[in-house]
Design a protein around this ligand. Structure first.
Ligand code: MRU
Length: 398
């Protein structure tokens, strides 16, 4: 597995790789409070649906470990933890992993208080709640990599059986991905990039293409960095080149599939992901290229019926009109120690900057999760009941 780590953690200490400085500088920030985590997530020093949830959950665990909770009763301890989690939930609205993690953690602390500690002294009950919270946050972090390895396995197998183009004599396939869904967006291995990594590890990847992913350039800054770091045969394109790339299918490049991650997959399979995903899905359908969403079940939102119910985060205008990068010297060499922010558009232009878009289930061929691959039934609909029966029943029972 990759040595790249977006999140470094040991009990009481959390460090987060500042992704704003990548690919040129590797700098870890210590994140010890919910406020620091909120700022780190909002400013996108950490990003990617699973990583956002992990950093929020662990940061609150670190402050609890360091004695931030001054509550004098178990009830107050629970309400303190609830309020910190509710605050963290406001950092970024579209990805559901954080919301799902918060629901889980709130359940854990309530169960910890009812599981045989009632007769204990108040302080012991509060300590048990805090210990249960920290252990559960650590478990979210630990399980994420396991989850991603399974997504990689299921996804690569599904692609090799369902997306192999006719001309593939050697059984290898080429794929395109968007945004960054790798080690930097998770605790390790990645989701969509994990599928690519698994194809590569199995000797079945011919070539990976990644889009630049304007305006934030997660593709060129982060995915390209991960692909080069892993020695995966790969090529960077701008977002606007995908159609031209698909049009060379069968001639130059046999793109078998587009594999993307997700910030929120809702009950009918409509999927919110990085802006530009929807356009890729339309193009893929037109060119007969499979379109696959690779995401953990923690990115599935069973409460929201369709994509129309997803709140899309809008970000500031400067992300389109300005850009930061390392300075390139007269000799053509990149000066990694010197970065500059430059204007790339008239600063007076009006800007629309939605961070995500919604791809209709109709355009998605498969949703790959750690529990298996979900494809549409004879009725043309996704049904997540089979892979998450308990969560499905909990929602149905409401
Ligand atoms: O704005 P970002 O960088 O947080 O957006 C990230 C994405 O859209 C990813 O595709 C998604 O979160 C999945 S990451 C495994």
């Amino acid at each position: 597995m990759s040595g790249l780590q977006a999140i470094r953690y040991s009990r009481g200490k959390l460090e987060v790789l500042d992704q704003l400085r990548l690919p040129h500088e590797h700098h870890y920030d210590e994140v010890s409070t919910s406020e620091e985590a909120f700022d780190c997530i909002k400013s996108m020093r950490v990003r990617g649906a699973p990583a956002i949830a992990i950093v929020a959950a662990l940061a609150h665990g670190v402050e609890l470990y360091n004695g931030s909770c001054k509550a004098s009763s178990p009830e107050e301890t629970i309400s303190y933890i609830d309020s910190r989690l509710d605050y963290l939930k406001q950092s970024r609205p579209t990805a559901v992993d954080l919301g799902n993690a918060i629901t889980h953690l709130k359940g854990v602390i309530r169960r910890a208080d009812t599981a045989g500690h009632r007769e204990d002294a108040t302080a012991a009950r509060s300590a048990a709640i805090i210990e249960a919270y920290i252990a559960a946050a650590e478990e979210i972090f630990r399980k994420d990599t396991e989850t991603n390895l399974l997504i990689g396995e299921h996804g690569s197998r599904w692609l090799l059986s369902n997306a192999v183009p006719g001309s593939s004599a050697d059984g290898k396939i080429s794929v395109l991905t968007h945004c960054n869904t790798g080690s930097l967006a998770t605790s390790g291995h990645g989701t969509a990039l994990g599928v690519i990594r698994s194809l590569f590890a199995g000797g079945r990847l011919r070539h990976a293409f990644c889009t630049e992913t304007r305006p934030y350039n997660q593709g060129s800054r982060l995915t390209a960095f991960e692909l080069v770091y892993e020695d995966i045969p790969s090529t960077l394109i701008t977002d606007s080149m995908a159609g031209a790339l698909f049009a060379t299918r069968g001639a130059e490049y046999d793109i078998a599939a587009v594999v993307v991650g997700a910030d929120r997959v809702v009950r009918n399979g409509d999927t919110a992901n990085k802006i530009g995903t929807y356009a890729l899905a339309v193009l893929a359908r037109h060119h007969g290229v499979k379109f696959v969403v690779a995401a953990p079940t923690t990115s599935i939102d069973l409460q929201t019926e369709t994509g129309a119910g997803i709140r899309i985060e809008e970000r500031k205008a400067e992300e389109l009109t300005q850009i930061t990068g390392a300075v390139v010297g007269e000799d053509g060499k990149v000066d990694v120690g010197r970065s500059e922010r430059v204007a790339i558009a008239h600063q007076g232009i009006g800007v629309w900057n939605p961070a995500f878009d919604v791809t209709a289930a109709e355009l998605i061929d498969a949703v790959v999760t750690e529990k298996g691959v979900v494809t549409k039934g004879a009725d043309g609909r996704f049904d997540f009941r089979g892979i998450m029966p308990e969560r499905w029943a909990a929602v149905a029972g409401k």
